[in-house]
Design a binder for this molecule. Structure first.
Ligand code: ATP
Ligand code: SF4
Ligand code: MG
Length: 360
């Protein structure tokens, strides 16, 4: 057992209650394409671990293709994991049969980037929101009051209930998607780029709605996005993914002001800053993200890292404690070993668990 695993065990022992969600060593490989040479699996998610506390938002960021959506959908078992554990209030839902998993599906819902693609265009809005209720009603009629209440909850008027998705604006469609996700009173909503397709002013309205709902209903969110400003606004903690792995995770304040991993620094440097004049050293990323079917050896970021040295190709860096709840995976930052019971300790009801084994 490495020092990080021992630390996690200690934290588990002292935690008042387990976090709402604990993802341990999650892996998702897609089958490789082609026949010759032997197709290599596409390592979309390659051993990630994190937790989400009750009422907490964890932001998940990274470039296109780094595995955010795969991770998000695998947690909901919309995609079957290749390996790893997904503990929902302590139960490993990844190990359950589809029938055993069904009751847990109520607790885990998703809001997609493109609500139009995820909503049946031939169904009226009221039917779209009622559908999950019907699926879990055991033959009983769905209470129309409950459907009306959900419309009101997301700021849609009653007249909207009779409309088809094509009759809504982008922001309204996203509200409809949120109402549907809320129908079964979930504990966690995975928001996969929920505002990326919306105008900035509409983005703010939807983000405010998500925050109000969180406050009123005690929801937890896994909030996936490209836009680091939006993620900063809504999240308490943020995880940064690169080529299927979490390279840095920590409280939003620390991660944005004192990023430790060269990749996080580069992502933040690329965010346009109003009025900022060289306040932070510019570290722009060169080249494209490599294929997850052929990830570089050792540290997979080494082909684009401005700090890379020859040794970076030898072994994959594990996540190392950088401070309270803050972890980064790089061989050459001032990593310090976590001290017993300190680095991983989370607020009473928002336990933190970064990667228990970032190494492959
Ligand atoms: N069904 C699939 N079969 C094979 N490869 C896939 C499949 N879905 C995704 N991938 C690959 O897995 C990797 C991760 O994809 P994923 O969609 O999870 O990334 P992402 O971070 O959500 O990207 P984006 O920001 O563009 O949404 C990519 O290389 C992608 O091409
Ligand atoms: S291990 Fe090397 S290549 Fe990887 S992030 Fe650190 S310095 Fe860069
Ligand atoms: Mg995606």
């Amino acid at each position: 057992m490495n020092h990080l695993s021992a630390e996690l065990t200690q934290v588990a022992a002292v935690a008042a209650k387990p976090p709402l969600l604990e993802v341990q060593n999650l892996v998702k490989y897609y089958p490789g394409r082609g026949v010759w040479p032997r197709p290599r699996p596409i390592k979309a998610v390659d051993d990630i671990s994190f937790s989400i506390g009750y009422g907490e938002t964890l932001g998940l960021v990274g470039e296109s293709g780094c595995g955010k959506s795969t991770a998000a959908k695998t947690i909901l078992r919309l995609i079957e994991p290749t390996a790893g554990r997904i503990l929902l209030e302590g139960t490993d839902v990844a190990s359950l049969s589809p029938t055993q998993f069904r009751p847990y599906r109520r607790d885990l819902q998703i809001v997609f980037q493109d609500p139009y693609a995820s909503l049946n265009p031939r169904m009226r809005a009221a039917e779209i929101v009622a559908e999950p209720l019907r699926n879990f009603s055991r033959g009983k009629a769905v209470d129309p009051e409950r459907v009306a209440e959900l419309f009101e909850r997301v700021g849609l008027d009653k007249a909207a209930m009779r409309k088809f998705p094509s009759e809504f604006s982008g922001g309204q469609r996203q509200r409809l998607g949120i109402a549907r996700a809320l129908a079964l009173k979930p504990k966690l909503i995975v928001c996969d780029e929920p505002v990326s397709a919306l105008d900035v002013s509409i983005q703010a309205q939807v983000i405010n709605l998500l925050q109000d709902l969180q406050q009123d209903l005690g929801l937890s969110y896994l909030f996936v996005a490209h836009d680091l400003a939006v993620v900063r606004h809504i999240s308490q903690r943020v995880a940064v993914m690169y080529l299927g792995r979490i390279v840095e995770i920590g409280p939003v304040g620390t991660l944005y002001t004192q990023p430790r991993h060269p990749y996080t620094k580069a992502l933040l440097a690329a965010v346009p800053k109003i009025g900022a004049q060289g306040a932070r050293e510019k570290t722009l990323l060169k080249g494209d993200i490599p294929s997850p079917a052929h990830p570089p050896s050792g540290c997979t970021f080494r082909t684009r890292c401005p700090m890379a040295r020859p040794e970076c190709g030898h072994s994959a860096p594990a996540l190392q404690a950088q401070g309270e709840g803050h972890w980064a995976a790089c061989h050459f930052i001032g990593a310090e070993a976590p001290t017993a019971g300190s680095a991983l300790r989370a607020p009473a009801d928002t336990a933190v668990a970064p990667s228990a084994s970032a190494a492959p």
